[in-house]
Write a new protein. Sequence first.
Length: 100
Amino acid sequence: MGIYWLFEGKTSNIPSSILLQMLGKSRVTKFVLQEIMSITIGDFVKKENLKVNPEIETTQSEAEMESAFKPGSAFGFNVILQLEKSDTDEDSKEQSDTSE
């Protein structure tokens, strides 16, 4: 099994054993977790048409996620997303403030 690695604009298929030797298991695992989370959260936000603040928190620690991650197995995580206020939220707040 190889891992695709983006290097200077080119995608290479590097055998995972070599990549693990070069970078270390922890570093590779952290990179893979970041990619999984980034893609998954991005897809969810797009699908649900949400506007969120860029700061994203997980309910699990980095160490907990790293120990739970097993390549080839199901992996789950929980995040806390801060929704941005929409223009309609601001309009309804202004209307409720003026009606009091």
